[in-house]
Design a protein around this ligand. Structure first.
Ligand SMILES: [Zn+2]
Length: 97
């Protein structure tokens, strides 16, 4: 019967055991927004890594959309105003004719 030549040292045994159990994932907090994020990874909340913006996040896009919507709403309001004026003009024309 084959037998190991040497006793497995505590170090070697423990190194083997180190991959055997689930350990809690280490978590750091973002320097930019203090949200928890994984180490050595881009912050999902603000898109910063090592103090530099490297990713446009969902929030940023949401802000952009908000701006676009606001602009569209303003344009629509202006158009409505023009329509209102146009109607007034039309009434004036009808009165003239
Ligand atoms: Zn962040």
């Amino acid at each position: 019967m084959p037998v190991p030549k040497r006793k497995t040292s505590k170090s070697r045994r423990d190194m083997r055991q180190s991959t055997k159990f689930i350990r809690p994932q280490s978590v750091t907090s973002c320097k930019q927004c203090d949200e928890p994020n994984l180490p050595h990874q881009i912050c999902v909340e603000c898109g910063y890594y090592k103090g530099r913006k490297v990713l446009s996040t969902k929030n940023d896009r949401g802000v952009k959309r908000m701006h676009i919507r606001a602009a569209a709403a303003q344009k629509a309001a202006q158009k409505e105003d023009q329509h209102a004026h146009g109607e007034h003009d039309g009434h004036d024309h009808s009165s003239h004719e």
